[in-house]
Design a protein around this ligand. Structure first.
Ligand code: GLU
Length: 356
């Protein structure tokens, strides 16, 4: 038995005219039902609301991008969920809709609340279908795209595997359309393949291979295997789980040293940081070592921003380069007062520190 999060992109779920791609959706639902029969637990992260809404209405006046996203997603989301509901009902599978926003991941309390909801659904045999609540999201406070959301969900529910279904077979050594490009089949833990990705974005969704690659690297570092594959290949999900060698894909192998759940949350929290703590070269080296090292005031050279105990802060090295993120055990005022001092409590305890 394994727990699998499947992220399905807008281009797999909708046709070019903005109508739901019923063929692809039915095929995915058939495969989710088959995987559940084999004993796997499945969570879906489904895009397609905006793309689907766009095909359903022609606004009477020209809308700005925020208003258009709100309007289209409000219409498209129910169409998608209705279709999922009737397709899953054929198998007697109960689905539940989870619409979320970046704020729900910002504090530890709201994160644990969201996690508890997902876990209760999974324990009760419900298939959660997750999407961003695009009707309420503001551009600057949105997930980069649903690839980022799927990474957060995969680590939140302690998934074994995240499968990102896209409109290409995986990561190539160049442009996927260039015949001389080769599919990268395996990415080892810590290996950086982002240099291979050609900047391009697929038709409908917000994401692209660049963000997929970044998310996959991060999530696999946290101990979850990440697979990128093409969503419209017949039987792709079942094949990836049962006979992975039979279907083209890229797999990011999980780090053999998975992170604790709290560190996983911290790892994804950099965008909520309230301030920065700069450390000297010696402290940076110690933090980057394999030892369990907390960030102590003696290694701190400067701080910016204002934060309270429990808030997220970014850790910068001597060249102002970002080296990690952590949950502060001292406020910004306490930290500033203790800069360079020995023998104090840590600014960030090791258990709450994620070094990149
Ligand atoms: N949440 C958006 C939607 O459902 C998709 C975001 C993305 O393309 O990643 O339409």
């Amino acid at each position: 038995m394994s727990r699998i999060v499947v992220k399905i992109g807008s281009n797999v779920l909708t046709r070019k005219d903005g109508k739901p791609n019923v063929t692809n959706m039915s095929s995915i639902v058939d495969q989710v039902a088959a995987l559940r029969d084999m004993g796997h637990e499945i969570v879906l992260v489904s895009s397609g609301a905006v793309a689907c809404g766009r095909g359903a209405i022609r606004p009477s006046v020209r809308l700005d991008s925020v208003a258009a996203r709100q309007l289209y997603s409000s219409i498209g989301q129910i169409r998608l969920i209705n279709l999922y509901n009737s397709l899953f009902a054929e198998y007697g599978i109960v689905i539940g809709q989870v619409l979320t926003q970046k704020e729900n991941f910002a504090s530890r309390t709201s994160y644990l609340n969201q996690r508890a909801c997902m876990m209760t659904m999974i324990e009760n045999g419900v298939v959660p279908i997750v999407n961003e609540n695009d009707t309420a999201s503001l551009t600057e406070l949105m997930f980069t795209d649903n690839d980022e959301l799927s990474g957060l969900i995969a680590t939140m529910v302690d998934a074994d595997t995240l499968i990102i279904l896209s409109n290409v077979d995986g990561i190539f050594t160049g442009s996927p359309s260039d015949p001389s490009s080769r599919l990268i089949e395996r990415v080892a833990p810590g290996e950086d393949v982002s240099g291979n990705v050609v900047a391009s974005k697929s038709g409908f969704g917000r994401g692209g291979m660049g963000t997929k690659c970044g998310i996959a690297g991060k999530v696999s570092d946290e101990g979850v295997a990440v697979i990128i594959a093409r969503g419209d290949r017949p039987g792709v999900l079942v094949d990836l789980v049962e006979h992975p060698e039979s279907v083209p894909h890229t797999v990011f192998e999980p780090s053999p040293e998975p992170l604790s759940t709290v560190k996983r949350w911290i790892a994804h929290s950099a965008s909520f940081a309230k301030g920065t703590v700069t450390v000297n070269a010696r402290a940076a080296e110690a933090l980057r070592s394999d030892r369990a090292v907390s960030l102590l005031p003696v290694g701190v050279t400067a701080t910016t921003g204002e934060w309270e105990e429990g808030d997220i802060v970014t850790v910068l090295g001597p060249e102002d380069e970002c080296i990690g993120v952590g949950r502060a055990s001292l406020s910004s005022a306490e930290t500033s007062a203790l800069i360079g001092c020995r023998g104090s409590r840590p600014v960030i305890h090791y258990d709450y520190l994620y070094i990149e």
